[in-house]
Design a protein around this ligand. Structure first.
Ligand code: ATP
Length: 232
């Protein structure tokens, strides 16, 4: 569902990504760990088509991102650290707007169902999202992804700044999406969540993917030790 082939990004003064090779299947949750500046956001931005590769290619659902910038957006949803919504519109209005932009025109009842499934409290649905907490905005982001029938979900540090309960709820939503076949690629600093929600974990250092492990093969403590080993 997601593939990187010799994917490389050179900025004038920095080699941000050096020849990434990776495949992520439907239903997988791949968590990418790495220090600030390791190249995680660059990788996500290459999959989104926000930046162009210097060499190699990124593919979404078999389509080369750089050659199909609009088409690939039909298949994916993106949740950054702060989900971008229209603050003066309600959750219902935001969801209606974003899903119609993606070509889906839902009845109010369907929109309410998507928001409820994403865990947004009923009392909040008709309130301007400018009044929402970060966790609530993330839930609207998930509702938009589900309403768009996104096959691929890209997330850049989605749980940073969330309290443990909100972070846990968010992880459960991701798990539910992956069980429905969505491929999830998430950059995070949260080793514990990566172990909990991920099916595989990758460690990136200075633009290089230095290790990939299945989360069934190690516990959170072992993952932390492995991470620290690479950061020395
Ligand atoms: N537009 C740009 N122009 C020049 N250099 C850039 C640009 N974007 C990123 N870089 C550099 O590329 C490297 C990788 O940055 P990137 O944002 O991908 O790291 P990251 O792993 O996401 O870090 P963080 O955890 O802080 O988000 C860094 O050295 C960064 O300064």
């Amino acid at each position: 569902m997601l593939e990187a082939k010799d994917l490389r990004k050179q900025y004038p003064a920095k080699l941000a990504l050096q020849g990434l090779n990776l495949q992520i299947e439907a239903g997988e949750v791949f968590c990418l760990l790495g220090q600030n500046g390791a190249g995680k956001s660059t990788t996500i931005n290459l999959f989104l088509g926000f930046v162009l590769p210097t060499a190699g290619a990124a593919y979404i659902n078999g389509l080369e991102v750089a050659k199909n910038p609009l088409k690939i957006k039909q298949h994916l949803a993106y949740i950054p650290e702060n989900v971008m919504l229209y603050p003066h519109l309600t959750a219902l209005e935001n969801l209606s707007l974003f899903s119609s932009l993606a070509g889906f025109n839902y009845q109010k009842g369907e929109l309410l169902t998507y928001l409820a499934q994403a865990g947004l409290p009923t009392e909040a649905v008709g309130r301007r999202v400018g009044t929402y907490s970060k966790g609530m905005r993330q839930k609207v982001g998930i509702a938009i992804a589900v309403a768009k029938h996104a096959k691929v979900l890209l997330l850049d540090e989605p749980t940073s700044g969330l309290d443990p309960k909100a972070s846990n709820e968010f992880s459960e939503l991701l798990r539910a999406l992956s069980l429905q076949g969505t491929a999830v690629f998430m950059a995070t600093h949260d080793i514990f969540r990566a172990k909990e929600v991920g099916t595989r974990v990758g460690i990136m250092r200075e633009g290089e993917l230095v290790d990939v492990r299945s989360t069934t093969t190690l516990n959170a403590n072992e993952l932390e030790q492995l991470y620290l080993h690479y950061m020395h």
